[in-house]
Design a protein around this ligand. Structure first.
Ligand code: EPU
Length: 351
């Protein structure tokens, strides 16, 4: 344990209990930060000690290497408040350490609607823009107006507009140009007071038999759908969808649709989006077990840790899936959760 004036930095910390895939992993240093001042102090400590840094929220989209010889910073800055309100809309700032669904519950209580379909997605507010979380026809980027954080190159606080975030399907500037360079501390959302429930996503619509549900009914339906398909991390450790749904050329999609008429395919501006879960199931891998890791038997897009798995175990099963799907369909699946190791850490530049 190090006392760094304002911070208590723990050493040799078990990370298995701090991320939802529960891989066997240890961090050399670990600190929780509850304010921007503490965050800056943690960054200064890492710089002094020449440590790589990784940021951790709820750890619902991260896979840790067995030994992390750096500083894990747990983002624990909390707070939700209204910045601006007009007759038509309201702008809300949520701090990065708020749990995503806790934030959505506050939104429901205050009638701030537009992100209701993202109910019970594990993770924090600060992690949501990074992979632009999405489900049942909504993406978090639909409501984001600004993202604030510390740029590690300049060590100053910066704000990015919606356009600067470069949101795309499960993607943003935080996974591209600003990868390993920007720590999100707060997100601003705009909620339209005229918003109506969105149930165009077919499996959600089917829940309502042509009735018009209210927002609470939609939330409950999303929770039912997710719980029927997706394992609860506290019971069966996982990181949600392990692969992105691949976007392929129209030619490849047409060829595959002819050969496999039942294959789901959704037209996009730049081709067609296929369902990775369907491809994995058709490759015969639903329920496949390899050591302590397995393809979930109720949804082939999810990998689960059945106890004591390491990152190496996961990567063996991943390679087998990518290979089998590529051989059968000529489609390359891309991993969704981020791997955290020494080579994939935040880079603090000497200031
Ligand atoms: N499918 C199969 N077999 C499977 C799983 C799925 O054939 O084992 C088929 C389904 O029958 C369906 C299609 O694949 O026709 C799509 O399945 P589903 O509706 O479950 O959605 P998904 O595309 O697999 C995406 C998101 C989920 C999100 C759901 C609902 C990605 C990578 N995943 O999954 O997000 O909850 O849509 O909107 O885009 C996450 O990112 O962690 C996540 C859970």
């Amino acid at each position: 344990m190090h006392d760094n004036q304002t911070l208590t930095i723990q050493t040799h910390v078990d990370l298995a209990v701090k991320h939802t895939f529960a891989l066997k992993a240890t961090a050399a240093y670990y600190v929780a930060v509850g304010s921007e001042l503490e965050l800056q102090a943690a960054i200064a400590f890492a710089e002094e000690q020449h440590l790589p840094v990784c940021l951790l929220g709820e750890g619902s989209n991260q896979l840790f290497a067995e030994t992390y010889n750096g500083l894990v910073i747990n983002m624990a800055i909390k707070g939700i408040h209204c910045l601006e309100e007009s007759n038509d809309s309201v702008i809300i700032r949520a701090q990065a350490g708020e749990l995503w669904d806790g934030f959505l519950q506050v939104c429901m209580q205050n009638q701030w609607h537009g992100l209701d379909n993202l109910a019970i997605i594990p993770g924090t507010v600060g992690a949501a823009p990074v992979q632009n979380i999405g489900a049942y026809g909504q993406e978090v980027s639909n409501a984001i107006v600004a993202v604030h954080g510390v740029n590690l190159k300049t060590k100053t606080t910066e704000s990015l507009t919606h356009a600067q975030c470069q949101f795309a399907y499960r993607d943003s500037v935080f996974k591209q140009r600003l990868k390993n360079q920007f720590i999100i501390t707060a997100v601003d959302f705009c909620f339209n007071k005229q918003a109506t429930p969105l149930i165009s996503y077919a499996p959600l619509k089917q829940q309502f038999n042509n009735q018009s549900p209210d927002f609470l009914a939609v939330r409950h339906a999303v929770i039912r759908l997710r719980q029927a398909k997706l394992p609860i991390p506290s019971k069966l450790p996982n990181a949600g969808s392990f692969f992105k749904n691949p976007v392929v050329s129209p030619e490849l999609s047409d060829r595959l649709c002819q050969k496999y008429p039942a294959m789901p395919s959704f037209p996009q501006a730049n081709g067609a989006k296929l369902s990775a879960g369907w491809l994995i199931e058709q490759a015969g891998l639903k329920g496949k077990q390899l050591g302590p890791v397995a393809v979930y038997d109720k949804h082939a897009l999810v990998l689960i840790n059945q106890g004591g798995a390491t990152l190496a175990d996961v990567l063996v099963l991943k390679a087998l899936i990518v290979d089998a799907v590529h051989k059968k369909f000529g489609v390359t699946l891309e991993q969704e959760p981020l791997i955290v190791d020494q080579d994939n850490s935040l880079q603090i530049k000497a200031g």
